[in-house]
Design a protein around this ligand. Structure first.
Ligand SMILES: [Zn+2]
Length: 426
């Protein structure tokens, strides 16, 4: 069946972080044609109606049709502990995260949280994400099963740890390798799912475990590898103590085969010049998690310096991040860039939450934009979703002025419809 979505449309012909806002395009009265899970065409509403007279029409009026949001770094098992008060990273892990993650060996509990997380993500307009699971293979099975049932393009992996974590949350180098490999062989490239090799971060993996996961990645270089890098200053000092031979934090991954073009490095706030040069040389991706960075007090990501050099995605880092909404996450990215005296344009913020995150995950040719042939993961936004936003957007004299109040003040109330793989889910 062919379907035609009518409304305002935002789409991109390039990267606004590199080319400026001109790479973003707005169609005031537009249409997007969808068939068999794909985007067939987009353009002026009248032209789309004329070219596809048989299509079933969904008229969204003045609402905005966009590619779905892509959250490039989340921990779905932390759904229930989001917004836990007031700790530094290491205390926060020990006080809240690790006790909760212990529970995911129970497949029923893992399935329940996976369902809750994915439903909340979709309610907030997030149609794809890259998630850490827990040490338990059951947590990976639960997440992928729930994502597959919803038809979502999703990325995830078993989080590996074999030191500096509670006994019940540790594996070994051999078990990390064997379980990751078995999960990879079962789930990778099944439906719209991708397995991601996932050492949590170097403080919780021995060199032997990092080496085992580096070997697994070398056997499956098409897989993504995700981890954390240089989030907090005291964490970096800890890493230096644990790896006295390492030149810097990145070297604790590089030395064990965990630096590569399909690597995703979350946070990356306090990078040294050598680390930036090496990440750039290999073509790795960084993931900016602004609500997490302010919530846990980590620091200010340097978007203006890094985005021209590297692929950078945007993420909530649920539950170190304090919100499921990629709108709130864009607002936090804007605020951090302001504190760095490098303001971001709304087009750049929107791109970070869609196409840039897709590029970070190496699927920018499939999701993250509206273009013929791309997969039909679409959201529809009400740009007047609350009285405060409505009265501001009513005074706007350009599309960007009308959109920006929703970026700064919007939440799940702004998401009026969600399409995944060409199917309307909300
Ligand atoms: Zn994280």
């Amino acid at each position: 069946m062919t379907e035609l979505l009518l409304g305002q449309v935002i789409h991109f012909s390039g990267d606004p972080l590199l080319e400026g806002p001109e790479a973003a395009h707005h169609i005031a009265q537009g249409g997007v044609v969808v068939a068999d899970g794909r985007i067939v065409a987009l353009g002026e509403a009248a032209a789309m109606r004329a070219a596809h007279p048989q299509a079933q029409v969904h008229d969204y009026g003045a609402e905005l049709i966009s590619a779905g949001f892509i959250d490039a770094h989340v921990h779905y098992p932390q759904t229930a502990i989001i917004a836990s008060w007031g700790k530094r990273l290491i205390d926060w892990l020990n006080a809240y995260t690790f006790p909760e993650e212990m529970r995911f060996g129970d497949p029923a509990y893992a399935a329940q949280v996976a369902d809750t997380y994915l439903d909340l993500a979709l309610d907030h307009g997030t149609t794809s994400m890259c998630s850490y699971c827990t040490i338990h293979p059951e947590s990976v099975d639960a997440f992928f099963t729930a994502a597959e049932a919803r038809g979502m393009r999703a990325f995830a992996g078993k989080t590996c740890m074999d030191r500096n974590a509670p006994e019940g949350l540790q594996d070994t180098p051999a078990r990390a390798y064997d379980q990751s490999k078995a999960l990879l062989e079962h789930w990778h490239n099944r439906a719209r799912l991708s397995y991601v090799i996932t050492p949590r971060f170097s403080p919780t993996s021995t060199p032997a475990q990092l080496e085992a996961l580096g070997a697994l990645w070398a056997e499956h270089p098409d897989c993504l590898m995700q981890t954390h890098l240089s989030e907090q200053v005291d964490e970096i000092a800890w890493v230096k103590g644990l790896f006295p031979e390492a030149r810097d934090y990145l070297d604790t991954y590089e030395a064990f085969g965990l630096l590569g073009p399909n690597g995703l490095y979350g946070h990356a706030i306090h990078l040294e010049p050598r680390e930036i040069d090496r990440l750039t040389e290999v073509g790795a991706a960084l993931v900016h998690c602004p609500t997490s960075n302010t919530f846990i007090g980590s620091g200010l990501f340097d978007m203006a310096h890094l985005a021209p050099r590297l692929r950078v995605g945007l993420a909530t880092d649920t539950g170190g991040g304090s919100n499921f909404s990629m709108l709130r996450t864009m607002a936090a990215a804007y605020e951090i860039a302001q504190l760095r005296h490098n303001p971001l344009h709304p087009a750049q913020l929107w791109w970070l939450a869609t196409g840039a995150s897709a590029n970070a995950l190496r699927v920018g040719d499939r999701i993250g934009n509206i273009a013929p042939g791309m997969e039909a993961d679409l959201i529809v936004l009400d740009l007047a979703s609350t009285p405060v936003i409505a009265q501001r957007s009513a005074r706007a004299d350009s599309f960007w002025e009308a959109l920006f109040p929703t970026i700064m003040m919007g939440d799940d109330r702004a998401i009026s419809s969600v399409w995944v793989n060409g199917k309307k889910l909300r």
